[in-house]
Design a protein around this ligand. Structure first.
Ligand SMILES: N[C@@H](CCC[C@H](N)C(=O)O)C(=O)O
Length: 278
């Protein structure tokens, strides 16, 4: 099977052109191919497919084979893939995802996509829809106790997938591989959750690390950066226009007060093409 390795701020996926390739069991392939020693190595697998309602469709699988309804870093790479390879030559693109059709504005340099601005849609704050087992009045900065005895104050937001944002004083000092799994799988999240740890360093600056549902610690998460920006506003810690600094680079997020839409802007990068036996 032909594949392409790409990344958005270090959040790397294996991309398969579903216009040409047929993958019988993508979930199983995601587990096998994402392995960083026995496979190609990635945070997961993304299929680029034809769509009846948009320019193309994406399907994303985490490294454990589970499905993610939306992927902010992945969708920018999908845009770069279809534009640079001439599949869809438009600088405003519509991509179908499991969380609806997203509109993307491409910034092209020397004929290739350098960065992409995505309308990520409106954040979902209804606990039943996220889903999180909190009541409606306990959604912002609420205490959660973990089985190992940690207490975290979380703000829950869905950006098409579930996120819990936790503000801390020293994001780099955290032992994320120890803390992440017990929060991802905490009983309060019936479908597990992506966990963001954030340190606000100014009205327009947030430093963030992420433990992704199904993939573990990644260098960046686009939907997570958006959830973090929304949580920063809801808790009164930052303005609606923030740069989220991640281990893999920066993402710019703006939560529009007029439309309630969240916009995310960041780079998309090609790594290499290859073929693999599956
Ligand atoms: N890396 C992504 C999010 C991927 C999906 C997530 N792990 C989930 O299961 O919800 C992003 O950039 O948004």
């Amino acid at each position: 099977m032909k594949f392409t390795k790409m990344h958005g701020t270090g959040n790397d996926y294996i991309y398969v052109n579903g216009f040409e390739e047929k993958l019988e069991n993508p979930s199983e392939a995601a587990v096998k191919l994402s392995d960083r020693r026995f496979g190609i190595g990635s945070d997961g697998l993304i299929l680029i497919l034809p769509s009846d309602v948009a320019d193309c469709r994406m399907e994303m699988f985490n490294a454990d084979g589970s499905i993610g309804k939306m992927c902010g870093n992945g969708i920018r790479c999908v845009a770069k893939y279809v534009y640079d390879r001439g599949l869809v030559k438009k600088d405003v693109l519509r991509v179908e995802t499991r969380s609806g059709v997203k509109t993307l504005q491409l910034r092209v340099e020397d004929g290739k996509v350098a960065s992409v601005r995505v309308n990520m849609g409106q954040p979902e704050l209804d606990p039943e829809k996220i889903p999180v087992l909190f009541s409606k009045d306990r959604m912002v900065d609420e205490e959660v106790y973990t089985p190992s005895g940690n207490v975290w104050r979380v703000t829950c937001v869905s950006m098409g997938n579930p996120h819990a944002v936790i503000f801390v004083d020293d994001v780099e000092g955290l032992n994320l591989p120890a803390i992440g799994p017990e929060m991802e799988k905490h009983a309060m999240f019936p479908e597990r959750a992506n966990i963001e740890f954030a340190q606000v360093t100014g009205p327009h600056e947030v430093q963030m690390r992420v433990w992704e549902r199904g993939s573990g610690e990644t260098l960046a998460c686009g939907t997570g950066a958006c959830a973090c920006a929304v949580a920063s506003v809801l808790t009164g810690k930052a303005d609606r226009d923030v740069t989220v600094h991640l281990r893999g680079g920066d993402l710019h997020v703006f939560w529009d007060p007029d439309t309630d839409d969240v916009y995310m802007e960041g780079p998309a990068a090609f790594v290499f093409d290859g073929t693999v036996e599956i």
